[in-house]
Design a protein around this ligand. Structure first.
Ligand code: PGA
Ligand code: MG
Length: 227
């Protein structure tokens, strides 16, 4: 790697992990040693990408909740955006219809969420979409959960917010991801790479698609910058 290595914005689930959400340990030294800025951009709530950065020993620069939450350690900036009240109201109405969010009583998927709501993929989608639309929200199926999200934010607006803090341009970035929630960051990045297991939207919006899936796909995506 040399000084021409672009800053990197990377998704977690399906890109750094396998289908069971287990991280591929081979991605860790790559992220740790990346010579430019690394941004972790995820649909997960902020404790997960923050913990990932901490355990990797890299600076905490994070887009969480599909852009609803942005944290930039370098400038001590935390930005929350999106109608959380509306997302919670969707959850309540969904339960009133006899459905369940599907993550049990403790619900670690929603516990630390500050702007959106997630529902397990084994729960019915249609009523969720109807309730979300009635409140101006959208439902994103990432392949790992249904996200009830405010369309004013996405990983693209998150990338823009990070760039505004760090005096970078989205077009400088290499982006790697696997699903519909990566589409807007793909559109803004200078180079967008989808791993082979990516969904249709991510495949369409990518500049390059790897032959390999999951962690192997990520390693293939960044290989040109590591040779
Ligand atoms: O939380 C999800 O459903 C997906 O998370 P990801 O954006 O890191 O892939
Ligand atoms: Mg993903």
């Amino acid at each position: 790697m040399d000084s021409d290595t672009p800053p990197l914005i990377v998704d977690i689930d399906g890109t750094l992990t396998d289908e069971s959400r287990a991280i591929d340990p081979r991605v860790m030294p790559v992220l740790r040693e990346w010579p430019a800025r690394v941004v972790i951009a995820t649909g997960k709530a902020i404790p997960f990408p923050i913990a990932l950065c901490e355990f990797l020993g890299i600076e905490r620069t994070v887009v969480a909740e599909n852009g609803g939450v942005v944290f930039v350690e370098a400038t001590d900036e935390l930005r929350l955006e999106g109608d959380h009240e509306a997302a919670l109201a969707v959850g309540e109405a969904y339960r009133d219809l006899g459905h369940d969010l599907g993550f049990g009583q403790v619900d670690l998927a929603n516990r630390w969420r500050e702007t959106e709501l997630v529902v397990s993929l084994d729960q019915p989608l249609e009523p969720l979409e109807e309730l979300a639309a009635a409140r101006g929200l959208v439902v994103l199926d990432t392949g790992f959960a249904y996200h009830v999200t405010d369309p004013v934010v996405d990983k693209g607006t998150g990338l823009e917010a990070v760039c505004a803090e760090l005096d970078l341009e989205p077009a400088e970035f290499l982006a790697v991801g696997d699903s519909v929630n990566d589409a807007q960051m793909f559109d803004l990045a200078g180079e967008a790479v989808a791993v082979a297991n990516a969904d249709e939207t991510a495949l369409e919006r990518a500049d390059r698609v790897t032959d390999a899936s999951y962690g192997d796909g990520f390693l293939e995506a960044v290989a040109p910058y590591r040779d």
